[in-house]
Design a protein around this ligand. Structure first.
Ligand code: IMP
Length: 446
């Protein structure tokens, strides 16, 4: 029998604080929505922060006063002392990258003793990265424009049951056997299919044996750990990476990443049972951006797009690539809301739009003369879709000092109301600048 839902104190975010009320925070667009800042703002209220999917393709940026932190693998909660930060079993871990991140944080005085790495997480190997770029090159014009971090090939091996997991890496004999077997097949692919150089066993083995030695103190079986945390009523914040439109099932396939980005992925990527994830917060950027290839109906490849890119510093935090920018896509957003059912939303980078006289939100697509409101599965349809826009008045005032949502200018509140309507969720936070404290919140209860 299920325990009755406990009701705790409502805080500024409108969510029930503490009392084991686990919260999932995820992106509702194509990633880069500003999840790092949201996680950072919320982390203080939780005991544990856990990542459940993706890998070093993510780049979560947190600005703390003059200091900028970009985290790729370690949950952003690490910037709050005393938090347990779990890299869950659903994450694909590049050990070299993880160690660099640990060293980088320690060098800046951040305590990483709360870091835990699931022994079931899969390990990104050198051949994953090489194959990532060779497969991209072979796709030519149809390339995905991946981050080149080996993400797709690593998840492919996981599904093909020939992946190397953290637990395997920890045992030299197992690592040796697995690497020998896999490398034989990978080298065939590298040499015969792509005409590339084979990868040397000894070099990879030595490197990964050394990584294992250094990572050993962080490695745990996270299933009993999570069970224990839940039993003790600890509150867990689940940190999504990328965004729902890059989800392998619900995104703009094949122009997606290779993990389950959406809410369903949170349970399988952590071992937290779905009915223990009490709330979902969707993170929405006030406009759209996407990095990499793939259809993008509301893209503004013009001065509007340029203005947004420059004001929003829309350059990849992992790759430095300029992001494609455009108007908010309500059709995609409604699709993302359907598969995640957010209880609340955080609307990010709202200040970026402050200079524009008018703003547009795509409310439907026109396809073969017909208006459609559901997000099409066919990428060709998406490429042909013409956005149907609703126009909103711009607020054209500086909102960077606003700390309460009801103090935003009327035009900004109207725009926000449109985002709330599309997602079916109330905005609990609006980001009005890059700094940690530049967040407008709900100040009244209810
Ligand atoms: P991959 O995840 O490196 O395989 O890349 C697949 C697609 O997802 C590419 O279009 C990437 O640009 C995109 N992508 C991956 N990670 C992120 C992210 O953190 N933010 C935005 N786009 C991403």
């Amino acid at each position: 029998m299920f325990a009755p839902r406990r009701v705790g104190r409502r805080d500024n975010y409108g969510m029930v604080k503490g009392m084991g009320e686990n919260l999932l925070v995820l992106g509702l667009q194509w990633g880069d929505e500003g999840k790092g800042k949201v996680i950072d703002a919320l982390s203080g209220d939780f005991d544990v922060v856990v990542r459940f999917q993706g890998g070093a393709n993510a780049g979560h940026t947190v600005q703390v006063k003059e200091e900028k932190f970009v985290l790729h693998l370690i949950p952003s909660g690490i910037l709050h002392p005393g938090k347990l930060c779990i890299v869950g079993n659903g994450v694909v871990v590049d050990p070299q990258c993880l160690l660099e991140e640990i060293d980088g944080l320690e060098a800046r005085g951040i305590d990483v003793s709360g870091l835990i790495l699931s022994d079931r997480a899969h390990v990104v190997m050198p051949y994953h990265k090489v194959l990532d770029s060779l497969r991209e090159a072979a796709l030519g014009k149809r390339k995905i424009a991946t981050t080149g971090r080996g993400i797709g090939p690593c998840y492919a091996d996981k599904a093909a049951r020939c992946g190397v997991r953290v637990v395997d890496m920890m045992r030299p004999a197992t690592l040796r056997r697995k690497l020998k077997e896999v490398l034989a097949a990978k080298n065939k692919e590298l040499v015969q299919l792509y005409g590339a150089e084979p990868i040397e066993f000894a070099e990879v083995f030595a490197a990964y044996e050394a990584y294992a030695e250094r990572l050993k103190p962080y490695v745990r079986d996270t299933v009993p750990l999570v069970r224990d945390l839940l039993e003790k009523g600890k509150s867990i914040l689940l940190e999504g990476a990328q965004g729902t439109m890059l989800d392998i099932n619900f995104g703009t396939y094949p122009y997606v990443t290779s993990s389950n980005v959406s809410a369903g992925g949170a349970a399988v990527g952590t071992g937290i049972p779905p009915n223990r994830i009490k709330r979902v917060m969707g993170v929405v950027k006030a406009y759209s951006s996407r990095v990499g290839a793939g259809p993008f109906p509301t893209e503004q490849d013009n001065d509007i797009g340029k203005t947004i890119r420059e004001r929003g510093h829309e350059y990849g935090s992992t790759t430095g690539r300029p992001r494609r920018c455009g108007w908010l896509d309500g059709v995609a957003l409604r699709h993302a809301a359907s598969v995640n059912a957010p209880d609340s939303i955080a609307v990010m980078l709202m200040d970026v739009l402050s200079v524009l006289a008018e703003l547009k939100v795509c409310v439907a697509y026109k396809l073969n003369g017909q208006e459609i409101e559901n997000f099409p599965a066919d990428p060709d349809h998406l490429a042909e879709a013409e956005p149907v826009y609703e126009t909103f008045e711009g607020w054209q005032t500086d909102i960077s000092g606003v700390r309460s949502i009801d103090k935003l200018p009327r035009a900004a509140r109207d725009y926000l109301a449109a985002v709330e309507e599309v997602t079916g969720a109330r905005a609990e936070m609006v980001s009005v600048g890059p700094e940690r404290e530049q967040i407008a919140r709900r100040t009244c209860d209810g």
